[in-house]
Write a protein that binds this ligand. Sequence first.
Ligand SMILES: [Zn+2]
Length: 175
Amino acid sequence: MDNLKEFSEEEIVEMIRNGKISAADLTDSGICPTCFNRSHDNVLYGDNSSKTLYEDEDIECFLVGNPRSPGHTAISTKKHYKDMMEIDDEICRKIFLFSQRMMCLLKEVYSSKSVYLCTMCDGPMNHFHVQLIPRYDYEKRGSKNFVKPRLDYVEDKEKVKVLRKEIISKINNSN
Ligand SMILES: [Zn+2]
């Protein structure tokens, strides 16, 4: 499926609803899945507001819906950037300072042994993003943590509440 632009947006929405196409198919057709999702009532990713931890004019931070470990978090730019090589210094400083604070917070709140950071945006349409993946003491150190099998998201309202509160008090005020 590489010519999605031949279809109307309504037809694309229908194909997503029927499970005929995925986010990757949109990307391959030069359509940004994140923007498409946002402008079409979350058709692609569902309502993720319960996973959102922080949002401002530049970035958003949310718990990943198919985490590689509990607490797997993504921090994404609102604007399109193909990858890290395209971001400006201001966004670079902001997102990596935020990530550094967020790693400390995740380690504390999830009692993880460590938190790993990776970014691997690729493809024509992207919102530059960083992923933070906690490693727990029952897991070995090393790069295999970047490709741990995906888990089902288990909502922990208490942790979400604490994270949201701490982000506002610790991270946002220190920027
Ligand atoms: Zn977009």
